[in-house]
Ligand binder design. Structure first.
Ligand code: TYM
Length: 327
């Protein structure tokens, strides 16, 4: 039994990369773990400008999407990050433990800040320290995330070790859990880069809310190569990515997929993949729509989650304040 925690930023577009990279691995852990935390990282989302009404909607959408996907509030403490002020309090303390140099090395910050010059927010820079606070507050052991968040979890480990060395044993050292296949779903229009909702075009990703026609259109226009065969080779990035998605949806191995599509071309494969994606998305979308109709229920779910999370976070902060000498 171990303590598992993960989080996703609330956006209007959760894509299948988020699902396979973080939500599904979390659901796997939920099956066996007794203490699971999943939260909506709203403070992380405001590191870039947000429309307040959209953000409010996205928080409820995310809550509905997690519940529809199988998050069970009996087994998982599901909450909204900003409801627990201890996250930002601990982030401040960890800011005073972290060095500028190590935070500057975070590649996601470098990517996001590129070409933005001095207009980039301090919050965007500090984002990984808040994430460390999120994780350490709950004595988390396991953090299921996609490949792009690995460096951030490693920073949380470093900060926990440094804090423990300086002030005495306080934090559990967390471990990122990154699945072998699916931890980095690539963009359909550019398989050199990860699937991302902030890509220049929506052809890059499949949103959990895309309808059948949209899914088919996006997959049909996905980049492949000139070889034309359904054979898994890492360097054939476009087809390899789509075969990975097919495999994640069906549980079939690459060899089985190759056999099924022997003698067939990209056209047939793409139609089959689009059908599998929609078979998966349609029932999920129906559940999300039903849950979204009862905003009170979603609100209550987050409130109950916050009560449970607060009890743990408050206790940890009493210990932290004592350790550093402010209480
Ligand atoms: P976020 O909201 O950017 O992404 C949520 C999760 O989805 C994964 N992911 C992907 N996985 C596979 N392929 C992709 N193309 C892909 N794109 C995204 C991400 O790796 C992530 O697991 N900082 C985090 C949220 C966070 C958090 C935390 C996570 C805040 N506090 C504490 C874990 C623990 C973020 O912005 O993820």
């Amino acid at each position: 039994m171990s303590r598992v925690l993960t989080a996703l930023k609330p956006t209007n577009i959760l894509h299948i990369g988020n699902y396979f990279g973080a939500i599904e691995p979390f659901l796997q852990q939920q099956k066996t773990g007794d203490t699971n935390f999943l939260f909506i990282a709203d403070y992380h989302s405001i590191t870039i400008p947000q429309d307040p009404d959209e953000l409010r909607k996205n928080i409820f959408f995310a809550t509905a999407a997690y519940l529809a996907a199988g998050v069970n509030p009996e087994k998982t403490t599901l909450f909204q990050q900003s409801h627990i002020s201890e996250h930002t309090e601990l982030a401040w303390i960890l800011n005073c433990v972290a060095s500028m140099g190590e935070v500057e090395r975070m590649t996601q910050y470098k990517d996001k800040a590129r070409n933005k010059g001095e207009s980039v927010s301090v919050g965007l820079f500090d984002y990984p320290v808040l994430m460390a606070a999120d994780i350490l507050l709950y004595d988390t052991e396991i953090v299921p995330v996609g490949e792009d968040q690995k460096q951030h979890v490693e920073l949380a480990r470093d900060l926990a070790e440094r804090f423990n060395n300086r002030f005495g044993q306080t934090f559990v050292i967390p471990k990122p859990v990154i699945r072998e296949s699916g931890a980095r779903i690539m963009g359909l229009d550019d398989p050199e880069k990860k699937m991302s909702k902030s890509a220049p075009t929506d052809k890059n990703y499949i949103s959990l809310m895309d309808d059948e026609a949209t899914v088919l259109k996006k997959i049909k226009s996905a980049i492949t190569d000139s070889e034309g065969t359904i054979v898994y080779r890492e360097h054939r990035k476009g087809i390899a990515n789509m075969m990975t998605i097919y495999s994640l949806l069906t549980g079939e191995s690459m060899i089985e997929i190759e056999k099924t599509f022997e003698g067939k071309g990209y056209g047939d494969f793409k139609i089959a993949l689009a059908a599998k994606v929609s078979e998966f998305l349609t029932p999920l979308q129906e559940k999300i729509q039903t849950l979204l109709q009862d905003e009170n229920h979603l609100h209550r779910t987050l409130e109950i989650g916050a009560q449970k999370a607060r009890a743990i976070a408050a206790k940890k902060m009493i210990e932290v304040r004592k350790k550093i000498g402010i209480a």
